[in-house]
Design a protein around this ligand. Structure first.
Ligand code: NAD
Ligand code: GLY
Length: 349
């Protein structure tokens, strides 16, 4: 078990990660008003654990899935908090994957102008990424995360205990984000290569989760508000991933990130930014986790990338792997970007 501290001028959060973290730290959250936000899948698996740990606390159980990340549900959560008499010193516990974490975090930021927030991420993706760093949001009018705020949790409890009930598909999504870190951090990359045959093992996951959180904490300390600095590196693969997710929407966020990473890696190769054995290894890692599809309408789907928050002008901005442990940002005219994706989709058909 490990404690990682995220301290900036405005934040002081502690991330407890590793086996046993939940049993050790969750009971200490009781005392004071608690409000739990979770989803139907997590509640189905863990209602006994929740009752044993927190007692009969007020809660809002969202229908599982990305479609729940709406402002309508946000308002429902706020109304439920009000109806249960939550006061300014209450604590919101977001126990679930990234969907729960994002919407509950936003609710915590809004309720009475901000109440305490604890993230208990139960997916691999949420442990390595969404529960750390304070991005909260809901989707609106087909645009992902367009209504949101930066709001840091005071505590994060990331315990591999929750992986035992996680479908393999969800583990895959988390591995997508982990490979993203591998493209940004040499130690994580080497660890992935050394363990490429045991990516789904709990022992491996426990160790790599801590490494990814440490990487993210380093990045967030340098560019907490994602204001044009290093934090944009964490969006590697996401521009294309989000564009495909918006257009097709059949797979989950993490799967589209993996696919987006694949396509963006090929753009980086074509531009001579990333190459050789390193590019091959990254591609192999991606393909170990997902079968990359060739999309007939990828050029049309690419137009969705104009909504990406990294774009500050008409160009599409993508973050791609560079040399080992480095990244680069490429700006492309929309047509050029669409053409590059189309060519790659055709090549792998
Ligand atoms: P998710 O929250 O939808 O969870 C995936 C599925 O796993 C859901 O069906 C959920 O009910 C189920 N689940 C969760 N924990 C479980 C468990 N322990 N056992 C069994 N089932 C479980 O999705 P996710 O992949 O965790 O997160 C994706 C979301 O996170 C997206 O909305 C994305 O935009 C957001 N995100 C946010 C950030 C950020 O920095 N805030 C970063 C990355 C992703
Ligand atoms: N997931 C990207 C970020 O936190 O900035």
């Amino acid at each position: 078990m490990k404690d990682i501290i995220l301290k900036t001028n405005t934040v002081n959060s502690i991330i407890h990660c590793g086996k046993g973290a939940f049993d050790k730290y969750a009971p200490g959250l009781s005392g004071g008003q608690l409000f739990l936000v979770t989803d139907t899948n997590v509640y189905a698996h863990y209602s006994d654990l929740i009752a044993r740990t927190f007692g009969d606390i007020p809660k809002f159980v969202l229908p599982a899935g990305e479609k729940s990340k709406t402002y309508k549900n946000l308002i429902k959560i706020l109304e439920a908090m009000l109806a249960s008499g939550m006061r300014r010193n209450c604590r919101v516990i977001a126990m679930g994957g990234g969907v729960v974490g994002d919407i509950a975090g936003l609710a915590a930021s809004l309720y009475m102008r901000g109440v305490h927030l604890v993230q208990i991420p139960t997916t691999l993706l949420a442990q390595v990424d969404s529960s750390v760093g304070g991005k909260t949001a809901v989707d609106h009018k087909g645009v992902k995360n367009v209504i949101g705020a930066f709001y840091q949790p005071e505590e994060v409890i990331a315990d591999p205990l929750f992986f035992s009930t996680l479908p393999k598909r969800e583990l895959r999504c988390g591995l997508g984000e982990i490979i993203k870190y591998g493209a940004l951090d040499e130690n994580i990359y080497n660890c992935l290569l050394e363990n490429s045959d045991c990516l789904y093992f709990e022992k491996f996951l426990e160790g790599i989760v801590a490494m990814c959180i440490e990487h993210k904490v380093k990045v967030v300390k340098l560019d907490e508000r994602d204001s044009g600095g290093i934090r944009k590196s964490l969006n590697l693969g996401h521009t294309t991933g989000h564009a495909l997710e918006l257009y097709y929407g059949r797979k989950s966020h993490g799967e589209y990130v993996l696919i987006g990473m694949y396509y963006e890696l090929q753009i980086a190769r074509k531009r001579g930014i990333c190459g050789g054995q390193y590019a091959e290894n990254l591609e192999k890692l991606i393909k170990k986790v997902i079968k990359v599809p060739s999309y007939e309408n990828i050029a049309e789907a690419a137009l969705n990338a104009v909504h990406d928050k990294k774009n500050v002008d008409e160009n599409i901005s993508i973050v791609v792997p560079g040399k080992e442990g480095e990244f680069a940002e490429i700006k492309l005219a929309v047509n050029e970007y669409a053409q590059l994706l189309y060519e790659e989709a055709k090549r792998i058909k």
